[in-house]
Write a protein that binds this ligand. Sequence first.
Ligand code: KIV
Ligand code: ZN
Length: 511
Amino acid sequence: MNKLTIFDTTLRDGEQSPGASMTKEEKVRIAKMLERMRVDVIEAGFPIASSGDFEAVRAVARAVKDSVVCGLARATDEDIDRAGEALKDAVACRVHTFIATSPIHMKMKLRMEPDQVLERAVEAVRRARRWTDDVEFSAEDAGRSELDFLCRITEAVIEAGARTINIPDTVGYNVPEQFAHTIRSLIERVPNADKAVFSVHCHNDLGLAVANSLAAVLAGARQVECTINGLGERAGNASLEEIVMAVRTRRDIFQLETNIDTTQIVPASRLVANITGFPVQPNKAIVGANAFAHEAGIHQDGVLKHRETYEIMRAEDVGWIKNRMVLGKHSGRNAFRARLEELGVSFASEEDLNAAFARFKDLADKKHEIYDEDLQALVTDANLTAENERVKLRYLRVCSETGEMPNAQVTLAVDGVEQKATATGGGPVDASFKAIESLLQTGTDLLLYSVNNITSGTDSQGEVTVRVSKDGRIVNGQGADTDIVIASAKAYINALNKVLQPSERAHPQLL
Ligand code: KIV
Ligand code: ZN
């Protein structure tokens, strides 16, 4: 019992953040990264949500060999069978089924009596056991559930075959002492508690997700559900990097080990930020750009004399190494393919490889040293301009000079037909966006526009994220280029392409 299981739900709960939805290829890339990091369980998605998510979970199940791949299902036969079907090719799989147990959810959402909920939970676990021995049951909104009922349902689902009992603080309402008390009481009071692992899943609405999870670990929980960068519904989930580094740095308190290769934390954080378009705030613990930067002179002096005066962790232990140049102008196709395979990217055909290699050569002409981050951005950018996109950027010319209003000329291919427009704007990006919108007439609102450099130096690629909304639906778009105006236009078109596609995805917690 001195092992803490790390269950990552970036691909499922993380994906429930507005605008963070991922394609099948993106999910596989993140899953391969999580596998490299030695995450124990990867929750790959909610297979009943859409045919796209079913295929994504199936692809992750096929691609990952060393971690357990998990799929979420509500407590219905249809959901569970869909999850089982998506997972059936995995080396090791888990079906995760859940139903709400708090009075407010049972009465107002499910319109069911507690005994009916208990019966449904038991049936769901039995159904899931037809697919795998590794079944997890979650009592949704456990943080606001009555302890006696939680004990009763926990005992019943363990009896029915659940091996992991997850106690979510779904709405982020608990405080550490209270949450620890719930976990301790369940472990003490449920007669067959020794037959299951107790897990926690905390949301961050009060900024307490990590504190609540760690308090629960001290009370006996042996699995934590978390996400890279704390991504997730509303204010997010407990962040994987904070949980793992707290347990490791304070071994004296927790006396537990995780399997995680912590040197993969920063690369994983970057990959998730890059794919979802949710940048990491600079002062974010562990993975923020300033997490190991010492500004104050007195701190710098102390660190130079003896690192531990101001540092409790080593930057290199979490993967903060200087960007490593991996490829350059003269690198060949094989070196390119090999490095991308190490990053979890494989090519469906020689044609795809050749197209990506051509883009790499273009980039290498503009930028002499190519880092892993550049390759990641190149692949993300290529996926963004994939075949099924309705709108493609063909040409962009922007004129920007002192004292003159910037002017943009754009040519787009919309459903294969070329269309041109010009527009002026407050700046070159504004002019480009106006020209694009004048052709597409989507009526979206721009919520966010941000530019980051992928590596350092003025020849670095700019990575642009835009967030737009239309009729309450929020989507993100990304683009990368050494020219940030072009990167901006690509990001905007990527977001508008998503707006132009119907969204068929169901939300797991709507029923
Ligand atoms: O927050 C929650 O309750 C969940 C469950 C589906 C585990 O995400
Ligand atoms: Zn959740």
